[in-house]
Design a protein around this ligand. Structure first.
Ligand code: DX5
Ligand code: ZN
Length: 228
């Protein structure tokens, strides 16, 4: 019998299923099932229909699922003016709040506010944004999220240049404690090479929540990453 949880160390890779690919008609069951299946965090894609073309969840959903899971809730804000929303998400029970460099003017202040609200601040870049935009804020984040698709929808194809971006950010990390998270089109085909490049947290919608047997999907992720 596998004892994944016990064997985990501080640097173990994190498997982070994205709720966007869950069955919304059974949300509570879906959240409980993914926790049982061995997920490390739960990823929530917050979309406003402006920064990205689609519309998803608000703080009310975070508040609703907070009492039913112990999993850290990883909120990925794909919204214009994220500064208007961070407090509501923090109060609702988010643990990690990630904002896009493309979405706000005063990024440094915003990241510090997220921390003051008791959450881990993260920053994300779209596929078309250079890693150079991260240079000045790496001391202020706990997480860098590399978008490996253009944000807005699940089930898209992994953008290949994303691997090179991860390598560059891993170099820029230079001993800082932030995690590197990858999100978009992540499948079993990429995870091993991404891990070797420096990825700590793997977000997956279709490849985990989209599968019938989520436990098996997570186990395969871990095996392929090399933790199994
Ligand atoms: C896309 C979202 C992703 C999405 C990933 O804008 O940020 O988190 O749920 O879904 P897959 O893994 O299906 O690409
Ligand atoms: Zn996401």
């Amino acid at each position: 019998m596998r004892t994944q949880k016990k064997n985990k160390t501080k640097n173990s890779p994190l498997i982070v299923p994205s709720l966007l690919s869950a069955n919304f008609a059974y949300l509570a069951d879906e959240v409980k099932e993914i926790e049982q299946a061995g997920a490390d965090w739960l990823h929530l894609d917050i979309m406003d229909g402006h920064f990205v073309p689609y519309l998803t969840f608000g703080p009310g959903l975070v508040e609703a699922i907070r009492p039913i899971t112990k999993l850290p809730i990883d909120c990925h804000l794909m919204v214009d003016r994220p500064e208007d929303w961070i407090e509501s998400f923090a109060r609702a029970g988010a643990n990690w709040i990630t904002v896009h460099v493309e979405s706000t003017r005063h990024l440094n202040r915003l990241l510090q506010q997220i921390r003051e609200l008791g959450c881990h601040p993260g920053v994300s870049i779209n596929p078309g944004t250079s890693v150079s935009h991260l240079e000045e804020i790496l001391d202020f984040v706990d997480l860098v999220l590399v978008m490996s698709v253009n944000p807005g929808f699940g089930g898209q194809k992994f953008v290949n240049g994303s691997l090179e971006k991860v390598k560059k950010i891993a170099k820029m990390r230079a001993g800082r404690p932030f995690l590197i998270e990858i999100d978009g089109g992540v499948s079993l085909d990429h995870v091993s090479v991404l891990r070797n490049a420096g990825v700590d947290a793997f977000v997956a919608g279709s490849a985990i929540f989209g599968q019938k047997n989520r436990k098996d999907a997570i186990r395969k992720f871990r095996d392929r990453i090399g933790e199994g």
